[in-house]
Design a protein around this ligand. Sequence first.
Ligand code: MN
Length: 329
Amino acid sequence: MNNACELLDLAAVCAYLKKQDNLLVLTHASPDGDTLGSAYALKLGLQKLGKRVQVICCDEIPHKYDYFMFDDGCDFVPEAVVAVDVADIKLLGDIYAQFEGKIDLNIDHHISNTMYAKRLYLDPTAAACAECIFEILTELRVELDKDIANALYTGISTDTGCFKYSNVTVRTHEIAAKLYKIGIDAAKINQAMFDTKSKNRLYMEKMVLDQAEFHFNDRCMLLTVTTEMQEKSGCTGSELEGVAVISRSVEGVLAGVSIKQVGPHKFKVSLRTYEPLDASEICKKLGGGGHRAAAGCTLEGSLSEVKTELLSVVGQALEECDAGSYTDK
Ligand SMILES: [Mn+2]
């Protein structure tokens, strides 16, 4: 934790943004709907206040987000660097070293935030970072137009699994209702985000399911996406995301784990948990973090070593549940 990190409330974050004229907004690597929707809504909103804003993401952005991606070049020197939906500086990906110690403001909703920025606006009760951006733009009296509203809706709907996850609150629906009033393309966005997958992805899911493992009386479902499966299916980048969520549809599963091979001895782990398990707590033990119901970490070793390490931590959490000693934080 960085002691130099100043915690800002809504009024303070707005006062800070008002003072900046040229801003650079950073998203996390492997960008999702929330980091992108938050970044572009903030960009479009601040532009309405006469500011110049550029968004940078170190990875390629999937085309399904094209409807709110408005890039108009960058012919200014940024005065302030803002990271959105980025819980840890390392999540910036390849560009993280370049920005270490240089993030002026972090707007986030992850309880696991490492306080790496000079200033932090953190609302862990927000289901999506886009909820924070909505509050900020509203406080700044920015008139939300359809492009901004579509970007915000994308962030909120994707981080809540289309309003199905346990992070959804009354406020989530209230904000969504306000966005509906602006005339967002909700049905179209929902179809693109939740009901559409490529044929390659379907083929990859088939291979993953063929090798699904169940542990601890079927309460833990473990799915592995090996390099071989990635090559065979032709899936790359964002097409490989969101495998752990398959566990949602399996009765009795409390922990859905997906292990994605990213190197010969390197694996990205994504964990989905269902009450009373806490994914953030489990992943913290493995050097990662995230939210209560969805978290992740990166592990090194052979596939079987990684599986053993993971299963031991998940097994321990389940045992604590059985013993009634699982700490509900
Ligand atoms: Mn998020």
